[in-house]
Structure formats: structure tokens, C-alpha cells
Design a protein around this ligand. Structure first.
Ligand SMILES: Cc1cc2nc3c(=O)[nH]c(=O)nc-3n(C[C@H](O)[C@H](O)[C@H](O)COP(=O)(O)O)c2cc1C
Length: 265
């Protein structure tokens, strides 16, 4: 690894008064803002709430923040499909529909939403173990975004990838032990279209917001999470089937039922 690569990245992606202007947006070349896997089995997720706006769970945000700790030991209990649906909603779902723009749960630089969510389902009730991609939205007959076609899982691989994913995450056992592992990639062209090289800063910030919301939602549901930044990039990219160039893995989070209550230590 080039010892100065990090410093160069930080330096060369700075905004300065001199370099800020002079870039106009090419609307005709705007990349797709979402990813759909066509022709794969779809899994409907239960609605995240029985009433809207949600009134459950009842824990206050303050309590949830206080209780959040990284959990590295998970029990054998399964994650319910409704809880998985809630975790996906709180981290990545469309929460507001405006003309030409679907706003999502977590903030995103320029509303470009370059992060894609994949789930390694390892012990989820009613869900075949395997690799899934979260479908944020569908498209209608005229090619317009259709949030009614979203909040679904697309099955990319049948059969658990838990052990391979744990190996790829530097053999961290908690990854294999988790009920599910969220894997976030960035589709770089989506953000580079507007922000050019500075996009490489923003995608990490976007992923951080998503992960933070997931971890707080998990606590509110009595679940635990551990963020995972240590992994062999190409191995995880290969497991997902992404090229590591236009789309690459940024971050993982393991989710499950904690062995002991994190609230008390
Ligand atoms: C970017 C990032 C990467 C992390 N990677 C790992 C990891 O690979 N393995 C792990 O066990 N914990 C990982 N963690 C969890 C941190 O170790 C943990 O958040 C920290 O020790 C503070 O503890 P807390 O989360 O309980 O407050 C990561 C956290 C962040 C924010």
C-alpha cells in the first residue's frame, strides 16, 4: 500500500476557492440513481409498521443512543422478517416521494444516493439463507421511479455465504454468527457525475449515515449490531458480484440478537 495514498486523497479532494467552479452538470449523462436486478426471485418484505407514522418501538431516541454498543456475540435466535424489513426501512428506504426525487431515510450528498444495500441472510425467519439486494424502488411502464415497486429483496444467491463473508472479514467470527450481515457498496459514477473526485469522500459519509441509522434502529428493536470496516475488499466484491471499480464494497454491519443485554454494561 502506498504510504502517502491517504494523505494524497485528503489533499487532492479538498475544495478550494480556486478549484470549486467551472463544472457544469451534463444531465443527459446522469447515471441511473438506483439498481435493479432483473429476472431474479423477489421476496416481499412485511410492512415495517402497522400504523403510520410509526408508534412502535416506544424507546426514546435518547435511550437508544445511550444503549447502543457494538455487539460481538450473537445468540442463535433468528431475526424476524419484520425486523429485517424495519432495519432496511430505517437505513435505506424511500421515506418521501417528490416529483423526480425519492428521498430516503438517511441523508445523501446531493440526494444522489450512491449506496446500495446487500444482505447476507443467515438466520432470518421465513427467508432462505443467501445473498439478497435491497430494491429501493421499481419503475412504472413509462420508466418513472415507482416506490410501490420497492422495499423488496432480490435474491442473488441461494445458500448461506456466512462463512465466506466471515473469512473475507479477516475471519471475524461475529460475521458468521450474526443473523444477518448488511453489506454496503458505492456506485461511484452516481456521485462522481456531480462531485467528481470529491465524491470519494461523500460516499463514505453516506454509508456512515446509513450504518448509524441501522445500528440505532437495531437497538430500538432489542437487537445488536457491530460495524465492520476490516475486510478483504476484492473478496467481498467477488462474493457480491460487483466489479470493485464502478461499484465497490465500503462497509458491513453484522446484526443479531445480543447474547446479553448491552444496556447493562
Ligand atoms: C468504521 C468502523 C469500522 C469498524 N470495524 C470493526 C471491525 O472490523 N470489527 C469490529 O469488531 N468492530 C469494528 N468497529 C466497531 C468499533 O470497534 C467500535 O465502534 C468501537 O470500539 C466503539 O465501541 P462501541 O461501538 O461499543 O461504542 C468498527 C467501527 C467503525 C465506526
Amino acid at each position: 500500500m502506498d504510504e502517502k495514498a491517504g494523505e494524497r486523497f485528503q489533499h487532492e479532494t479538498r475544495y478550494t476557492v480556486e478549484n470549486i467552479g467551472g463544472h457544469s452538470l451534463d444531465w443527459a449523462a446522469r447515471p441511473e440513481g438506483y439498481k435493479l436486478y432483473e429476472g431474479v426471485p423477489l421476496v416481499e418484505l412485511p410492512p415495517p409498521f402497522t400504523n403510520a407514522p410509526p408508534t412502535e418501538p416506544k424507546d426514546s431516541l435518547w435511550e437508544v443512543v445511550l444503549r447502543r454498543r457494538s455487539v460481538r456475540q450473537f445468540s442463535a435466535a433468528e431475526l424476524s422478517l419484520t425486523d429485517l424489513s424495519r432495519l432496511l426501512w430505517a437505513s435505506a428506504a424511500v421515506t418521501r416521494i417528490a416529483p423526480n426525487q425519492l428521498y430516503r431515510a438517511a441523508p445523501s450528498a446531493g440526494g444522489l444516493y450512491p449506496i446500495e444495500t446487500y444482505v447476507s441472510a443467515q438466520r432470518v425467519t421465513g427467508l432462505e439463507p443467501g445473498l439478497y439486494h435491497y430494491r429501493v424502488t421499481g419503475v412504472d411502464d413509462r420508466g418513472h421511479l415507482d416506490p410501490g415497486g420497492g422495499h423488496l429483496l432480490e435474491q442473488l444467491r441461494a445458500g448461506s455465504i456466512a462463512r465466506d463473508l466471515a473469512q473475507a472479514a479477516l475471519a471475524q467470527r461475529l460475521v458468521a454468527q450474526a443473523a444477518a450481515v448488511f453489506v454496503w457498496t458505492a456506485v461511484f459514477p452516481r456521485s462522481r457525475w456531480k462531485y467528481r473526485e470529491r465524491a470519494f469522500r461523500y460516499v463514505y459519509l453516506d454509508a456512515g449515515h446509513i450504518a448509524a441509522q441501522l445500528s440505532l434502529a437495531a437497538v430500538a428493536l432489542g437487537l445488536g449490531t457491530c460495524q465492520i470496516g476490516a475486510f478483504f475488499d476484492q473478496v467481498v466484491d467477488d462474493l457480491l458480484g460487483v466489479d470493485g471499480e464502478d461499484e465497490a464494497t465500503l462497509y458491513l454491519t453484522a446484526v443479531g440478537h445480543p447474547v446479553r443485554s448491552e444496556a447493562r454494561h
